[in-house]
Design a protein around this ligand. Structure first.
Ligand SMILES: [Zn+2]
Length: 167
């Protein structure tokens, strides 16, 4: 699929995906008759989206999660730990050594990281219902007019069109 323009589509990706969602809904609910050349008969084919494979910015476009700024990690979400480098002004995300195995060497290294050990356990990723609860009341704004900054209350930018699927 080609999406016109030099910039990322943002929420507008859902406009381009809506015909696909229609087809996927039809494939799930009714299926389509397909010819089986081996058995010389037709059969009813059903299909569903199992997963998507994409880069991180596209993950943000598809899911509606703000993958930039203070809450760029969808696993940590509002419990994200970050600070801004004094000179480079880059955002640094900390407390991600907790994703390593409990006795991993890097968890104990202080000097190589931010001067502290990390003994926390891995945060639990949100399940589908928890994500839906966060986005179900969001009114999706299409076009390039929306504000880009994410705060603690708007780290989800839209209810993804994938929630329109019946499964
Ligand atoms: Zn994280």
């Amino acid at each position: 699929m080609m999406i016109v323009g030099p910039r990322q589509p943002g929420n507008d990706i859902d406009v381009y995906l809506s015909p696909l969602i229609e087809d996927l809904t039809k494939l799930w609910e009714h299926g389509v008759d397909v010819w089986d050349g081996n058995l010389w008969e037709t059969f009813r084919l059903h299909a569903m989206v199992f997963c998507t494979i994409n880069d991180y910015p596209t993950y943000g476009n598809l899911s509606g999660y703000s993958v930039k700024g203070h809450h760029a990690c969808p696993i940590c979400e509002i419990n994200m730990s970050f600070f801004q480098l004094k000179h480079g002004k880059k955002m640094v995300y900390t407390r991600h050594r907790r994703f390593l195995k409990h006795y991993h060497l890097y968890r104990r290294l202080k000097k190589a990281f931010n001067g502290s050990q990390e003994n926390e356990i891995v945060p639990k990723p949100l399940n589908g219902k928890e994500v839906y609860d966060r986005v179900k009341n969001i009114i999706t704004i299409f076009g390039k007019t929306q504000k880009k900054s994410a705060t603690e209350t708007n780290i989800w930018k839209k209810r993804s069109i994938f929630f329109d699927l019946p499964y």
